[in-house]
Design a protein around this ligand. Structure first.
Ligand code: LLP
Length: 436
């Protein structure tokens, strides 16, 4: 008989944690043992549960539906076209920040009228491509960018659908490197400057001013900053309308955090209620653009222990995944819960420090006291790795680009193959010298 028990990890404090379960002592997703995938393709690799992606989308859309809020996935969190296609098929919109992400969103089958183009540094070519493709909205972040959008629209003979991204000067109370809504940040336009710019832009025939947007930061667990920021937006919308301007859309940004053993995840119903209380009933088309919440819990990074090496305060377990595969610990001191693929072997008196092979001290995933006794060859899974994992990976130290696997209905398939150094060398084939 198959024994199923939830993984005793931080991820399980949140409903999506249930997607990686033990069956007969082995970590599985949707009935597929992750060790089978490791056997078939080697490590490290990312694996995503299609059922988890779908369930996350369903939970969020249902929570915000009473307030008429549409959900757009922030493509930057997980830009694999097969993952995007899962969401596109369900009716999800996409929030993009580059021409590359636009190409991916469209390739995944997202209709252009469900795509919003955010980002502080869009190039003229990207803006033109967005207008040609007929995207739903361009979120503009500066007067200078507005000029480029206007010029591109004039050249193409179209009216550009524009929202202004507001900087509400709200501290999202998250890691400094993923805080975006304070007035000293590079993002958005100060609320005090918005009315004049919005009014001037509304008078231009090449622009169709549709509303406002904001995004205050990422991995937000305390919902208070959302309330502050959205309440400020409601005031701004009322002011613009009082001045006779048309405001029909409000993009509420992403940022919804994912909980762990120490911090409970946000309550979706409360999140939705705050939307209703701050900007509900204002006859606005509302959307949110979460990335992490939709993808993080749906993915794991599987790695293998290479060496055990006694250290000062902890024993090092050198694993074959590194900071190039999962950058978040090195960049934001993020701690991903880790579980062994097979039942742990019994207590080990000292914690393990999981480190990768890269020649930098920052290639360190942190200290883990509860992994049991590890031996070379053991497999481990970093949980909550479905967002900003593969999407931020690189080939630093000339390592392979980490592959990705999608698990669905008891089967798995590779959705990005392992790109190796031969692929890299092909990109480096030199051209002829050119005379200056
Ligand atoms: N919308 C905009 C305009 C954004 O800049 C972002 C994320 C999102 C939506 C989605 O935010 P989310 O719902 O995923 O929090 N690499 C970092 C996260 C950077 C987020 C940047 N912007 C990490 O690994 O924690």
């Amino acid at each position: 008989m198959t024994k199923t028990s939830p993984v005793p990890s931080a991820a399980c404090t949140d409903p999506a944690g249930e997607w990686f379960q033990r069956q007969n002592g082995t970590l599985c997703a949707d009935g597929v043992p992750l060790s089978r995938i490791a056997g078939a393709m080697g490590t490290p690799f990312y694996a995503y549960s299609a059922a988890a992606l779908q369930a996350n989308y369903a939970a969020l859309t249902q929570a915000v539906a009473p307030y008429g809020v549409k959900v757009c996935l922030a493509v930057k969190a997980n830009s694999n076209t097969h993952v995007l296609a899962e969401f596109a098929r369900l009716g999800c919109g996409m929030d993009i920040v580059s021409g590359g992400e636009m190409t991916r969103a469209l390739a995944a089958g997202t209709p252009p009228e469900r795509i919003i183009f955010s980002g502080v540094g869009k190039t003229e070519a990207e803006i033109r491509a967005a207008l040609e493709a007929g995207l739903h909205q361009i979120n503009v972040e500066s007067p200078a960018e507005l000029e480029v959008v206007a010029k591109a629209a004039r050249d193409l003979g179209v009216r550009a659908p524009v929202a202004l991204r507001v900087n509400p000067d709200v501290d999202a109370r998250t890691h400094a490197k993923i805080t975006t809504g304070r007035k000293d940040s590079k993002f958005g336009i100060a609320a005090s400057e918005v009315p004049e710019l919005y009014a001037a832009a509304s008078a231009r025939p090449e622009l169709r001013m549709v509303g406002l947007a904001l995004h205050i930061g990422s991995q937000i667990l305390d919902l208070t900053p959302f309330r502050e920021a959205w309440a400020a937006m409601a005031i701004l919308v009322r002011d613009l309308r009082a001045a006779g301007l048309s405001v029909t859309r409000l993009d509420l940004g992403g940022g919804l955090g994912v909980g762990d053993a120490h911090h409970p995840g946000p309550d979706l119903a409360e999140y939705a209620r705050i939307i209703g209380e701050t900007v509900g009933g204002m006859d606005l088309d509302l959307n949110v653009e979460p990335g992490r919440w939709l993808c993080a819990q749906a993915g794991v990074l599987v790695t293998q222990v290479l060496y055990i090496k006694p250290g000062e305060a902890a024993d090092f377990a050198v694993v074959d995944a590194a900071m190039n595969d999962l950058m978040r610990p090195a960049l934001y001191e993020a701690v991903h819960p880790v579980v062994p693929l097979h039942e742990r072997r019994g207590a080990h008196e000292r914690p393990y420090r999981l480190v990768g092979p890269i020649c930098e001290s920052s290639d360190d995933f942190g200290k883990y006291p509860q992994l049991g006794t590890l031996l070379p060859g053991d497999h481990l899974a970093f949980l909550q790795a479905g967002a900003y994992g593969a999407a931020m990976s690189s080939t630093y130290n000339s390592r392979d680009l980490v592959p990705e696997v999608l698990i669905d209905a008891g089967q798995f398939r590779v959705i990005r193959r392992r790109a190796d150094v031969q692929d890299a060398l092909r990109l480096e084939a030199a051209t002829e010298w050119q005379k200056a």
